[in-house]
Design a protein around this ligand. Structure first.
Ligand code: CTP
Length: 232
């Protein structure tokens, strides 16, 4: 008698972060960055089109997912994203950390109701570092969870910077892309992945392509890794 075939594994639960953070200076001003959030949105739509349960934590970005199946949760600041990740990350199988998280924020923003007054004298804004959300999450990563980071780097030191972040942040994959692609419709990415323990880091350079095409490539790569991990 032939043994009953194994039921297919459930689809992976995908958690994506995308977009910039806005760190308030006062009631109307903030420190932000030029991330468009478009790649994260394309990844969420791609995940949903594969019937992967997909949650998108999205910063203040005008881009929005087209697929209604995407669970969309908004944030403004690194602290809000940190709290959302605490709640959502333990339940996901794959975390794709595309958000361009501020590395520094105003130490003492004026209260919600206050707008700083014009003055003729220079003023100083004191900044404090934000926590490295991804590195901290990696400390409590479950076996079988897959963490993907991004490394936005100047072209000249891109690969070296990405390798450092892959190690330091405890990641399985990192997508390195040159600074110039931050706002562009296309991405010129190199995917770096950790092989077996002790094996050298694998580097795959992709041609420039529109962000939705890259989203497909990246989820194909993730699907391949997940299926190789579940092979008996
Ligand atoms: N990241 C994070 N928390 C931060 C800063 C970055 O989780 N406070 C994540 C990003 O979402 C990205 C990865 O870390 O997946 C790398 O972000 P990047 O801006 O390239 O690097 P940094 O760690 O900020 O280092 P640097 O700015 O010095 O290059």
């Amino acid at each position: 008698m032939t043994p009953a075939p194994h039921p297919p594994p459930p689809p992976p639960r995908l958690l994506i972060t995308a977009g910039p953070t806005h760190e308030p200076i006062d009631a109307v001003r903030y420190l932000g960055n030029r991330s468009s959030g478009r790649l994260g949105v394309a990844l969420a739509d791609e995940g949903a089109s594969r019937a992967w349960p997909t949650t998108l934590l999205l910063g203040p970005s005008p881009a929005l997912p087209a697929r209604p199946e995407v669970e969309l949760v908004r944030f403004q600041t690194a602290a809000e994203l940190e709290a959302l990740l605490k709640a959502h990350a333990p339940r996901c199988d794959v975390l794709v950390m595309g958000a361009a998280v501020a590395d520094f924020r105003p130490k003492a923003p004026a209260s919600d109701q206050t707008k700083l007054k014009r003055t003729d004298a220079p003023i100083t804004l004191e900044l404090e570092p934000t926590p490295d959300l991804l590195a901290n999450l990696s400390q409590s990563k479950r076996p079988g969870q897959l963490f993907v980071g991004f490394a936005l780097e100047p072209s000249a030191s891109m690969l070296e910077g990405a390798r450092g972040k892959l190690e330091r942040k405890g990641l399985d994959l990192i997508v390195a892309n040159p600074l110039e692609t931050m706002e562009a419709p296309d991405i010129e990415a190199t995917i770096l992945s950790r092989g077996a323990p002790g094996a050298p880091i694998k580097t795959r350079r992709l041609a420039a392509m529109p962000k939705p095409d890259f989203a497909r490539e990246l989820l194909d790569t993730i699907a391949r890794i997940l299926s190789s991990e579940t092979q008996p």
